[in-house]
Design a protein around this ligand. Structure first.
Ligand code: PEP
Ligand code: MN
Length: 351
């Protein structure tokens, strides 16, 4: 349940309600709004009598949350969650573009790609340093060396960066470098990892598992939110179906559904959702029209030579063309694709 306190509730009244919640064995998640203080009751809530709480001084109303996800739900927080990532805003009117290679392969490759995507209009750099590969014999990523190169590119081109973290023990290391922690589809229900990124208080992009229900996905967001980490983005990256022409089936429905059920920003990943570069632009454009708050796209200067996911990677020229088209669609749906903040280095020379 959610307890909404009166605008004029005193500190003493608020503390009494919080104690009542905690004494029942539940956790009180406190949100100080502009006018009201809102207390989210986390736990199964059974010992807490709703009528008793409603009658406590300072309580305006008590709203039961019928969904299994609570803090992630619109019932809990009707207004969209909006937060800054570097100089950009995620979740509001801005449509955010994240782009870069699937994997960091070398210093020169990430510098070259960062330069190209920045020039084309990307806001955030992506790149995998720890890679979740289906085969143990495939390239597993450069590890910390990859993070060092990403950080260098991020600083040089003035782009916050996102990268995947695969295990709880690596959360402190990856957080030291990255601006956004990515939870991959294969790890969506890795609860120890969700707790760890929740505790880290770092912005998180949570990919939908490849065979997951929207409800399961939102429940996983709930794990992160339950640590008071409110900077969570949901990412639809395609699901498994019987279709084989595409790598996954892009569940475009998931975008309006997630936006309806939750206040969290929704990012689309048409690269993994389609698996073939020639369909990525269509998916990206559809995402904006469907109400997404951003896209994450794989771009590689030479997709034929990519160490992972080359088949779905856009060449920089195609990416630039797509950004141009996305801007036109964004305008039609009242979203704004802002021009990227200039790089620190005015020459922006590729290395
Ligand atoms: C990726 O972003 O490169 C990736 C591995 O994505 P997913 O977890 O969606 O498969
Ligand atoms: Mn990939």
């Amino acid at each position: 349940m959610i307890i909404i306190m009166n605008v004029n509730a005193t500190v003493r009244e608020k503390s009494a309600v919080i104690s009542k919640v905690e004494d029942s064995g539940c956790k009180a998640n406190i949100f100080e709004g502009v006018e009201h203080m809102v207390i989210g009751v986390i736990g199964d809530g059974r010992p807490l009598n709703r009528d008793q709480v409603r009658l406590m001084p300072g309580v305006e109303r008590v709203v039961p949350v019928l969904k299994p996800f609570k803090v992630a739900s619109r019932e809990f927080k009707p207004a969209d969650t909006v937060f800054p990532i570097g100089d950009y805003m995620v979740g509001g009117d801005e449509f955010i573009i994240m782009a870069g290679p699937c994997s960091v392969e070398s210093r020169s490759q990430i510098m070259e790609t960062a330069h190209a995507v920045k020039e084309a209009g990307a806001h955030i750099l992506r790149g995998g340093a720890f890679k979740p590969r289906s085969s143990p014999y495939s390239f597993q990523g450069l590890g910390e060396e990859g993070l060092i190169y990403l950080k260098e590119a991020s600083e040089k081109y003035n782009m916050p960066f996102i990268t995947e973290v695969m295990e709880p023990a690596l959360v402190p290391l990856v957080s030291q470098y990255a601006d956004i922690l990515q939870i991959g589809a294969r790890n969506m229900q890795n609860y120890a990892l969700l707790h760890a990124v929740g505790r880290s208080q770092h912005p998180v992009l949570l990919k939908r598992g490849m065979s997951s229900l929207i409800e399961e996905w939102l429940m996983c967001a709930e794990y992160i939110l339950s640590h008071g980490n409110t900077r969570v983005m949901l990412c639809e990256r395609g699901i498994r179906t019987f279709e084989t022409y595409t790598r996954n089936t892009f569940d475009i429905n998931a975008i309006p559904v997630a936006k309806h059920l939750s206040h969290l920003p929704v990012i689309a990943d048409p690269s993994h959702a389609t698996g073939k570069w020639e369909y990525v632009a269509a998916g990206a454009k559809a995402s904006i029209a469907a109400g997404a708050d951003g896209v994450i796209l794989e771009v590689h200067p030479r997709p034929d030579e990519a160490w992972s996911d080359g088949r779905q990677s856009l060449k920089p020229e195609k990416f630039a063309e797509l950004v141009h088209q996305m801007k036109a669609i964004a305008t039609a749906v009242d979203k704004n694709i802002v021009d990227p903040i200039p790089a620190m280095d005015p020459m922006m020379l590729p290395v």
